[in-house]
Design a protein around this ligand. Structure first.
Ligand SMILES: Cc1cc2nc3c(=O)[nH]c(=O)nc-3n(C[C@H](O)[C@H](O)[C@H](O)COP(=O)(O)O)c2cc1C
Length: 223
């Protein structure tokens, strides 16, 4: 099929799709806490209680030294005064980009609540024990896959993956508490956090927190 036939009609489908149809909770930026971590915790708990699917899935955007951005979905592991934590293979594309350009943006979207949260800042590796605890708590399949140590490389033959998984399974049987050296937990230390409460009439509420001199300043943004 040629490309124009493949995309034929997509424009009409796209234009017909609903958006911002969730149930927006009340949000008054003037009542928001001084600490954005507290507001994130409040919004996140509501997302969980409301039954938002996979509310801990977030888009991690990184940038290569060339300036080329790339983004992918990851799972949030923790939020505390050190930042927003995730654990990955440092040898993957995102890990390599983070070692060369230690900055990132995180984006959460909770459609049921018409809410988006954006976090950006510098990225710092957590202590190795944090990464080890994360790795050892992972399901068996996830640990085996990580032990193939090849994420983001070109897979020329799916048999290579089968063989690497078998090898990883043998490694885990011999050493159940094995943690690959590449497994790294990172924290995004936020410089800017924006809470976005969508509105079907597009009168969205936007509250941005900006770090300045150890304090947070707040600003309401035009929709
Ligand atoms: C819901 C969801 C959760 C994911 N969780 C992870 C994760 O925790 N760790 C991970 O390395 N990749 C995860 N992925 C896969 C990543 O999006 C990505 O494909 C992979 O990390 C390779 O990215 P890279 O080549 O840019 O390094 C997840 C994908 C989705 C859709």
């Amino acid at each position: 099929m040629d490309q124009s036939a493949a995309v034929d009609g997509l424009r009409e489908i796209l234009r017909g799709l609903p958006v911002l149809k969730g149930t927006a909770p009340a949000f008054d930026p003037s009542d928001a806490p001084e600490d954005p971590v507290a507001l994130f915790a409040e919004w996140f708990r509501l997302a969980v209680d409301t039954g938002v699917r996979e509310p801990h899935a977030m888009t991690l955007s990184t940038v290569a030294p060339t300036g080329q951005p790339s983004a992918r979905v990851l799972i949030l592991k923790d939020v505390d005064c050190d930042g927003w934590h995730f654990a990955i293979n440092a040898a993957s594309r995102k890990g390599r980009e983070l070692s060369e350009c230690p900055v990132a943006a995180l984006t959460f979207y909770w459609p049921e609540l018409v809410r988006q949260v954006r976090v950006c800042g510098s990225v710092v590796a957590d202590a190795p024990e944090v990464a080890a605890a994360d790795f050892l708590a992972r399901p068996d399949g996830s640990r085996r896959m990580a032990l193939t140590r090849r994420q983001s490389q070109v897979l020329a033959d799916s048999g290579d993956l089968d063989a690497a998984l078998e090898q990883a399974g043998r490694e885990l049987e011999l050493t159940p508490d094995l943690v690959p050296a590449e497994w790294t937990s990172y924290a995004v230390r936020p410089l800017e956090i924006e809470f976005w409460q969508g509105d079907s009439q597009r009168r969205h509420q936007r509250l941005r927190y900006t770090a300045s001199g150890g304090e947070w300043s707040r600003a309401v943004l035009w929709p």
